[in-house]
Design a protein around this ligand. Structure first.
Ligand code: ADP
Length: 288
């Protein structure tokens, strides 16, 4: 599958009702809407296990961060959420990932449809060698959403906080943009077809601090309309942007290494009053 196919598969569903941030923050846990329910997820490649027995729920209109040392399975985990691992040779998994109650890996679930509802943005900005306009219009065109395409493109670029910077040069190559602008363009491309969920795998790690802060600000804006899951190796970033944080670590058992979920809670709790010593050691910089 080409990169273009992959991104093209991250294509739509009805737009989410904007949710007032303050109202949502105060919402009691029982009022939260679950988007993903991960049950006993073990995943790996060939003989090796990348993550073991992960149990976790992802809630609507929140930013959920996945943190932990390199190799603990963060990327593997987030890529399970939209079946992005399907094409990796040797990939295997056990357990369930329920998306609004439906197991994403059950028979009859079309991975292309999954990626239409659950979009993904990668570590390195990967715009297509096309114009700025055509990058954003690409997925809507593939889906036949050609009506009012200009408006759709503008809406996506505005939502990605890029419109003002590019509105006078939409016909120029995407490669004429800076790295940070290219990443916002990739976000615009992902949301042009209005998915419900946006998965971001280290979206700012290739960017300078100013571009990083604009991506972080953008995430705050996006969570009004989308559910976001972000992998980051940058703890400060998780602390700044995420409502909830999942800390993974590597466990060694019988000389087999596997990533396990140690703690999953409100970000503030994970960073200021973690309940597991391993989390405390990691967030205080004693390990990792
Ligand atoms: P992280 O994102 O936390 O750095 P990864 O999910 O990338 O962790 O990797 C977890 C484990 O899975 C590592 O041991 C890594 O080598 C292995 N792994 C990741 N991707 C592949 C792959 N495509 N093929 C084989 N092993 C892989």
């Amino acid at each position: 599958m080409t990169e273009e196919d992959r991104v093209g598969e991250t294509v739509t569903m009805t737009r989410m009702r904007p949710v007032d941030v303050a109202e949502r923050r105060e919402a009691p846990p029982e009022a939260r809407e679950t988007v993903f329910e991960v049950r006993g997820l073990t995943a790996g490649y060939g003989q090796s296990t990348a993550i073991k027995d992960v149990e976790l729920e992802v809630y609507r209109n929140l930013i959920t961060a996945v943190i932990g040392p390199s190799g603990c399975g963060k990327s593997t985990f987030i890529r399970c959420l939209n079946r992005m691992n399907d094409d990796i040779p040797g990939f295997r998994h056990e357990g369930e990932i329920l998306y609004h109650g439906i197991d994403l890996y059950s028979d009859g679930v079309d991975p292309v449809e999954v990626r239409r509802r659950i979009g993904m943005v990668f570590q390195k900005p990967n715009p297509f060698p096309k114009t700025i306009y055509d990058n954003v219009a690409w997925a809507p065109r593939v889906l036949g959403l050609k009506k009012e395409l200009d408006e759709r493109v503008e809406r996506a670029l505005r939502a990605a906080a890029l419109w003002d910077e590019v509105k006078d040069r939409l016909k120029r190559s995407a490669f004429s943009l800076s790295g940070g602008q290219q990443q916002r363009l990739c976000i615009a491309r992902a949301i042009a077809i209005e998915p419900e969920v946006l998965l971001l795998d280290e979206p700012a790690s290739a960017l300078d601090p100013i571009a990083t802060s604009s991506i972080e600000e953008l995430m705050h804006e996006l969570k009004r309309d989308y559910t976001l899951v972000i992998v980051t190796h940058n703890m400060q970033q998780a602390a700044r942007v995420a409502d909830r944080t999942a800390f993974f670590t590597l466990e060694v058992e019988k000389s087999q290494r596997a990533g396990v979920l140690v703690e999953y809670d409100e970000t503030e709790k994970v960073f200021t009053a973690p309940s597991d010593k391993r989390t405390e050691d990691y967030v205080t910089g004693r390990f990792g």
